[in-house]
Design a protein around this ligand. Structure first.
Ligand SMILES: Nc1ncnc2c1ncn2[C@@H]1O[C@H](COP(=O)(O)OP(=O)(O)OP(=O)(O)O)[C@@H](O)[C@H]1O
Ligand SMILES: CC(=O)N[C@H]1[C@@H]2OC[C@@H](O2)[C@@H](O)[C@@H]1O[C@H](C)C(=O)O
Length: 367
């Protein structure tokens, strides 16, 4: 294993900011040393959102966004290292996930596109950068996602306890760490994405802080039932999804089947959709003793309370309680994946993604 200090950079589907971490990684430990969230300018956020939802873009717009994001990731790393008082020469490599603007794992021409030019990240920071983590798994027939279950296993598996790790980001994904069984994992469906999109549309707020707005609404049971009937929820694993499917257009389509529903009730129903779709998948996957939750959704008290209520007998708690920061989990995972790539170790898990084999992940951008 190529031990050293690694930087992980993750810009997820929520577009709430670029998460950057610094960690010392060796065969047995991933010791987080610093973290920082870099803001995403609103116009960049809007361009990403329109691309993700399939609106037409010119090649020039795509190329420029690739450059702007590459610069932004580079700046984010430089700022984090400056705050931490660490020189770039002390860092072995950066694992930079990039920004997913399209993810289409099925069909005749599967594809996934993460942008943000890694050549720029390497040039700006003077640090070897590893990127493009998903497409080799896809080249071997896998979904290209989720990639974090291997990292969850390395950090949080227990020899006898049945544990699952749940990331509630824009999309939610679940890792099954069940003793004696192969590691499995898949995206359960919307995490914060629809809740965020609805409150943005209704109130111009990026998210429903502490679920205060949703908590005062009533669940619309027919709308909930209709949304839960979406085909994605009953698909067997391996499976992964994104904004291409669960977006405001999808929500408007569901709402069009009803007389106008008070906006606050829609927000409450979306929070319930997140909790129900996750809890159904936890139970369908055989249940567990401990559900360890990370991602921004772990800060949503309503979703967390509903998960606890829907999963009696399962302890639902943030991963922080188990020593891993829930806000930094994904960025840490990409630092770890970069370390695996430079160490010549595979990064994907065929039992999760459905790929035909384990493989090295990523492309290396040297300095
Ligand atoms: N106090 C809070 N109350 C309610 N929701 C919160 C709170 N804090 C964070 N969130 C939610 O978490 C989101 C950010 O989550 P996160 O940073 O995990 O997303 P992400 O990095 O884009 O994830 P992914 O890549 O897994 O999609 C916010 O957009 C918001 O919906
Ligand atoms: C294509 C893509 O970017 N997928 C993300 C997204 O965000 C959460 C969920 O959907 C997960 O599948 C994945 O991210 C995590 C880091 C993963 O690959 O495990």
């Amino acid at each position: 294993m190529k031990t050293g200090r690694y930087v992980g950079v993750m810009s997820g589907t929520s577009l709430d900011g670029i998460d950057v971490v610094l960690a010392a990684i060796d065969e047995h430990t991933v010791a987080q040393q610093a973290s920082y969230t870099h803001p995403i300018p609103l116009d960049i956020k809007q361009q990403i959102l329109s691309m993700c939802q399939g609106q037409a873009v010119t090649l020039s717009q795509l190329g420029e966004l690739d450059t702007r994001l590459g610069r932004l990731f580079g700046e984010a790393v430089i700022k984090m290292l400056r705050n931490a008082g660490v020189n770039g020469r002390e860092v072995t490599a950066i694992g930079c996930h990039g920004q997913t603007v399209w993810h289409q794992p099925g069909g005749e021409f599967p594809c996934t596109l993460q942008i943000g030019d890694n050549n720029l990240v390497a040039a700006m920071t003077g640090i070897t950068t590893v990127g493009d983590f998903r497409r080799r798994d896809m080249a071997y027939g896998g979904q290209g996602a989720p990639l974090v279950p291997g990292f969850h296993h390395a950090l949080l598996a227990h020899p006898t306890e049945r544990r699952m790790v749940l990331n509630i980001g824009g999309i939610a994904n679940l890792s099954l760490l069940l003793p004696g069984q192969p590691i499995r994992g898949y995206d359960t469906g919307p995490g914060n994405m629809l809740m965020d999109a609805w409150i943005w549309r209704q109130k111009g707020k990026p998210y429903d802080l502490d679920a205060i707005w949703a908590a005062g609404g009533k669940i619309h049971s027919e709308l909930l039932r209709r949304m839960l009937a979406d085909r994605y929820f009953s698909l067997p694993a391996p499976k992964s999804t994104g904004r291409e499917h669960f977006n405001l257009g999808w929500l408007n389509q569901q709402l069009s089947q009803f007389m106008p529903i008070p906006p606050r009730d829609v927000q409450a129903t979306l929070a319930e959709l997140t909790a129900r779709s996750i809890s159904q998948q936890v139970m369908l996957s055989g249940g567990c003793e401990h559900l360890l939750v990370c991602g921004g959704g772990a800060r949503n008290p309503l979703v967390m309370a509903r998960l606890s209520a829907l999963l009696p007998g399962i302890e639902v708690s943030p991963t922080d309680k188990y020593g891993v920061s829930g806000d930094d989990m994904e960025a840490l995972a990409f630092a770890w994946l970069a370390c695996r790539t430079l160490s010549g170790l595979p990064g994907n898990l065929p039992s999760v993604t459905g790929a035909s084999r384990e493989t090295l992940l990523g492309a290396i951008y040297p300095v």
